[in-house]
Write a protein that binds this ligand. Structure first.
Ligand code: GDP
Ligand code: IMO
Ligand code: MG
Length: 428
């Protein structure tokens, strides 16, 4: 039975939540391996809209087991809120969710530090989600982070939580001149968070391997997108984890060779939230049109998303880095009726045209996109059969396939499940 990794191939918000939710009925296990509550995965089903930040998008499908791996950084407040919200919709979570004991925690002081660090960056502000992601991964790398297992250990909780709190307050006071938060209140909250997490904490990695040993179907749900990868993305305007396929396996302890299919999710255009290079960014007027039509506002922060033309060069590179076997092209409907359509097919930099992604910050700043004009269409939104698609829309998809060398496995023309076409048959 297959292992499918669903990976964001642009700058995040490609529609991973919809795709994972759609594929979940055929999976046994759905796992998150990286990122934290910076993610916002939207699912529209049965007339309801859910935005999940930490829980895998398989959680809405009854009886499916969901794992949160050691590569995730987990905000216990956000986790509890999400658990309560999901439960309030009558979703039963008993024996369905395991958070690995090794998963690192995000505390309120991480969020304060995130904001202070952003402010200190001034004009070089990353535009983070303020969810404490960078500081939490920094503590993890510095080997002083607090993990779920530490929080649940009644003998160690007070000590480890107190230590990290003291480090954070020193930084807040001495570096950023902030009033320290109340330590007693923090330690009391640690008790509360421990109780909230206790029913779900366990060995998610072992659970995954038992599933693999039993030939079960596993969906790995990527968060963020390839160009936000800390190593491969537009550094420093990136997140602090690996949204590429390596992060999907590493963060749950899966050997890379177990993956059968990498489904790369791209929008039919591009968006980006926060600062940083975005070569195919549209002019303000067209961006406004797309933003309105595609409801391009952040699922986590509500910020307006920057909008750009489809960057085929970036998609091609993403396909190579992630070993993408098939594309899920989402939001094709948003381009319905747009008069002039184009896609980036490379970058002009210092007199030559490249299709690979720049490796220096300077080059990212300098690249000028090279475009190919493409024919527009009137209506994809109402189509449910590939044979009913306008020829020009099929040509658009064909251009994606030809340019990137990767077939289109899924086309999404609306937020709802039924607005999906799988032109090459089922993925799972
Ligand atoms: P994710 O972070 O990759 O899961 O994506 P987000 O949920 O942040 O953003 C994608 C948005 O597009 C959500 O509001 C989805 O409901 C919506 N969406 C997904 N697929 C489609 C589609 O094909 N057409 C339209 N119009 N909306 C879509
Ligand atoms: P999903 O999973 C889009 C962006 C932020 C910022 C940068 C660093 O919904 O696709 P961070 O808070 O991670 O330190 O912010 O990364 N970012 C996302 N953009 N979708 C996301 O997640 C994102 N998660 C982080 O806007 O530019
Ligand atoms: Mg999102």
């Amino acid at each position: 039975m297959p292992v499918v990794a669903v990976i964001g191939a642009q700058w995040g918000d490609e529609g991973k939540g919809k795709v994972v939710d759609l594929l979940s009925p055929k999976a046994d296990i759905i796992a998150r391996s990286q990122g934290g509550a910076n993610a916002g995965h939207t699912i529209e089903r049965d007339g309801q809209r859910f935005i999940l930040h930490l829980l895998p998008s398989g959680i809405l499908t009854p009886e499916k087991r969901c794992l949160i791996g050691p590569g995730v950084v987990l905000d216990p407040d956000a986790f509890n809120t999400e658990i309560e919200e999901v439960k309030s919709h009558g979703i039963n979570l008993d024996h369905r969710l395991i958070v690995d004991n090794r998963t690192h925690l995000v505390f309120p002081t991480h969020k304060l530090l995130d904001n202070c660090q952003e402010e200190a960056r001034g004009g070089n502000m990353i535009g983070t989600t303020s969810r404490g992601i960078g500081p939490a991964y920094a503590d993890k790398s510095a080997r002083r982070g607090v993990r779920v297992g530490d929080l649940l250990d009644d003998r160690r909780r007070q000590k480890v939580c107190s230590e990290i709190f003291d480090i954070h307050t020193r930084m807040l006071e001495k570096v950023y001149g902030q009033e320290p938060p109340d330590k007693d209140a923090f330690l009391q909250n640690c008790e509360k968070w421990a109780e909230g997490l206790r029913p779900y904490a366990g060995n998610a990695v072992e659970e995954l391997h038992i599933a693999l040993d039993n030939n079960q179907t596993v969906l790995l749900e990527g968060a963020q997108g390839t160009y936000l990868d800390i190593d491969l993305g537009t550094y420093p305007f990136v997140t602090s984890s690996h949204p590429t396929v390596g992060g999907a396996v590493l963060g749950i302890g899966m050997p890379p060779g177990k993956i059968d299919f990498v489904l790369g999710v791209i929008k039919a255009y591009c968006t980006r939230v926060g600062s940083g290079p975005f070569p195919t960014e549209m002019d303000a007027e067209t961006a406004e049109e797309i933003r309105k039509c595609g409801a391009e506002f952040g699922s986590t922060t509500g910020r307006p998303r920057r909008c750009g033309w489809l960057d085929l060069a970036a998609a091609k590179q993403s396909a190579r880095w992630n070993g993408i076997n098939g594309w899920a092209v989402t939001k094709l409907d948003v381009l319905d009726g747009l008069e002039h359509l184009k896609a980036g097919i490379g970058y002009q930099v210092r007199g030559s045209v490249i299709t690979s992604s720049p490796s220096t910050r300077q080059e990212w700043d300098e690249v000028e996109p090279v475009y190919a004009g493409l024919k527009s269409w009137k209506n994809c939104a109402s189509k449910r059969d590939i044979n009913a698609f306008p020829k020009t829309a099929l040509d658009y998809l064909g251009t994606i396939e030809k340019f990137t060398g990767v077939p289109v496995s899924l086309i999404s023309v609306g937020a709802d499940h039924e607005a999906t076409i799988m032109p090459r048959g089922d993925i799972i």
